[in-house]
Design a protein around this ligand. Structure first.
Ligand SMILES: *[C@@H]1O[C@H](CO)[C@@H](O)[C@H](O)[C@H]1NC(C)=O
Ligand SMILES: *[C@@H]1O[C@H](CO)[C@@H](O)[C@H](O)[C@H]1NC(C)=O
Length: 220
């Protein structure tokens, strides 16, 4: 029974690999800069086995792919990286990898390498969490999602125990806010994070204090 399950999972993996649309592009490299990246991942430690990357327009897409992980295949190997930064000078489909990531897929003395890449799960075993921006309160809502296995597609807030969910908009500095600014008028709210793999994670009791972090019960 266990063997059958493993076999089915393995076949499903093969099918999804075969169907994955690898994007062709190229890669350069830069210093690692998790804290200073435009995704605003301050004080964040990248997951084990994951390096970082900055991407240029149009891939940057106003920060909507912040935190997404890419599998990158180069001439010398593969590496997994998380999008932590933009790269305004990058051509379309150019990845500006952290130097340690570039070393795993190509010869640094080449400076640039042809690559193929695709969005994959970050493979994080622990939960995702949310963090409030400086100035967050019952009068001003600004929240980012960190450590999610798949790209975050939406963040909703409920002030009535989950009956009604209000949408937020993602700013290009990777914080979700109310479209018309302002807050939700409460010191604690429910937060619902939606991910690109279709999963939703609800945080049942989130503080509206600035810098506050709340761990979700699960990951995407
Ligand atoms: C980062 O960590 C420092 C030191 O613990 C803290 O003072 C600062 O507020 C943190 N920044 C954020 C954005 O949480
Ligand atoms: C980025 O933001 C601009 C200005 O708000 C908008 O016109 C554009 O459609 C956005 N692009 C994406 C990919 O979201």
């Amino acid at each position: 029974m266990r063997i059958n399950t493993a076999l089915v999972a393995g076949l499903a993996g093969l099918v999804s690999l075969a169907q994955a649309a690898l994007i062709r592009g190229d890669a350069t490299f830069t210093g690692s800069n998790v804290n200073g990246g435009t995704c605003s991942f301050v004080n964040y430690t990248l997951p084990a086995g994951v390096s970082g990357v900055g991407i240029g327009p149009p891939n940057w897409a106003n920060g909507t792919k912040c935190g997404a992980c890419l599998q990158v295949n180069g001439p010398r190997g593969s590496v997994k990286v998380m999008i932590t930064d933009s790269c305004p000078s990058c051509a379309p489909n150019r990845l500006n990898l952290y130097e340690d990531a570039f070393r795993q897929i190509a010869d640094p003395s080449d400076g640039i390498a042809s690559v193929e890449f695709d969005i994959v799960s970050c493979g994080i075993g622990s939960q995702l969490w949310v963090r409030n921006k400086v100035g967050t309160s019952r009068w001003f809502f600004s929240m980012q999602v960190m450590n999610a296995n798949y790209p975050v597609t939406a963040l909703h807030v409920s002030t009535d125990g989950g009956n009604r969910w209000e949408a937020t908009v993602r700013r290009d500095y990777n914080f979700f806010e109310r479209e018309a600014s302002g807050g939700f008028g409460q010191d604690r709210v429910l937060v619902r994070v939606s991910c690109s793999n279709g999963r939703q994670v609800i945080l049942p009791d989130v503080s509206m204090s600035e810098y506050s972090e709340s761990r979700a019960p699960a990951n995407c």
